[in-house]
Design a protein. Structure first.
Length: 307
């Protein structure tokens, strides 16, 4: 794909990048709408005319967020670390019998200071990757049913902080050594690799999948962190200068989800509303395919039935 400049930058807001875009008749599902980037993304897409299915960890939180919107919304519960909850969310969305023009995998947790596990796996890998992977697997046909469905996964520049090899398949439990930031980076690399492999699987369809780095933003995501200079490293020591507010932070995911110029663009990594360069692991198609297989094996009992 030829790289073209979008005309937007790190100071652009979600409102600015979607100006004059009419989403009337389109349906979007966004996870993590109760606060931060998810809430702002829902607000802006609603204002542009989209019907937004707003997912949060509980129905109460989802309703509270949806009630603050001006446009059409449908609240759903989706606790990403609870695979039964993810399946129930997907079933609720499928019951609406609507094509999904946008599936925005926004929610996440970051740099947990101590090892936490769920289903025997490290919690960030479960929540950030496996939960969204499972949601995508159940709703992919709904995305493909849209005229040009888009899957948008929130990755991060932190995907450069991964363990050796990118994904340490021998320590997905975290029991053989745990540090919050490398495991967060691993989960964000997993989001990026999901977009890479999904792009391969979507060949011959009108659907696309891309990953984004929203920027360094002060949201609830950072409530656990004592970064010890990590954020400064990720921004070459300019974290204070390059930090974004929430409207700016939501810009890239809204741009990738809606901009007409990106129709057919897939398997890319975006930052500041432009195509960016990921690490070599983020472009590793063999690693992406292996992660998909391993994720399928872990989630075997929760995946949709074939045929």
């Amino acid at each position: 794909m030829k790289k073209t400049k979008s005309g937007f930058n790190r100071r652009s807001t979600a409102e600015k990048v979607t100006k004059d875009i009419d989403l009337t008749g389109k349906t979007a599902l966004i996870t993590g709408v109760n606060s931060g980037l998810g809430f702002e993304s829902m607000r802006v897409l609603c204002d542009r005319g989209a019907h937004v299915i707003g997912a949060a960890r509980t129905m109460e939180k989802a309703r509270q967020a949806c009630d603050q919107m001006n446009g059409m919304t449908t609240p759903v519960a989706c606790e990403l670390s609870d695979f039964d909850s993810v399946v129930a969310c997907a079933e609720a969305v499928q019951a609406l019998d609507l094509p999904l023009d946008i599936l925005m995998c926004n929610a996440g947790i970051m740099a947990l200071p101590k090892l936490e596990q769920c289903y025997g796996y490290e919690m960030q890998f479960v929540t950030n990757h496996l939960g969204h992977f499972l949601l995508i697997r159940h709703l992919l046909e709904r995305v493909k049913a849209a005229p040009a469905g888009r899957v948008v996964l929130l990755s991060s520049a932190a995907h450069m902080l991964t363990p050796k090899g990118g994904i340490n398949f021998d320590n997905l439990t975290g029991e053989n050594g745990y540090r919050g930031w490398p495991f967060y980076g691993q989960s964000k690399l997993a989001n990026l690799l999901t977009a890479v492999e999904l792009t391969r699987q979507l060949e011959g369809t009108n659907a696309t999948a891309n990953a984004v780095h929203p920027g360094v933003i002060n949201t609830n995501l950072g409530r656990h962190t004592d970064d010890g200079g990590i954020l400064s490293r990720l921004t070459n020591g300019t974290v204070n200068l390059l930090g974004k507010n929430i409207p700016q932070g939501a810009a890239t995911q809204c741009y990738v989800a809606t901009n007409p110029a990106l129709e057919g663009v897939s398997g890319r990594y975006f930052a500041d509303c432009n195509v960016a360069r990921s690490t070599r692991f983020g472009r590793d198609k063999k690693l992406a395919a292996r992660l998909w297989r391993e994720s399928d094996e872990i989630l075997e009992n929760y995946l949709p039935s074939q045929g």
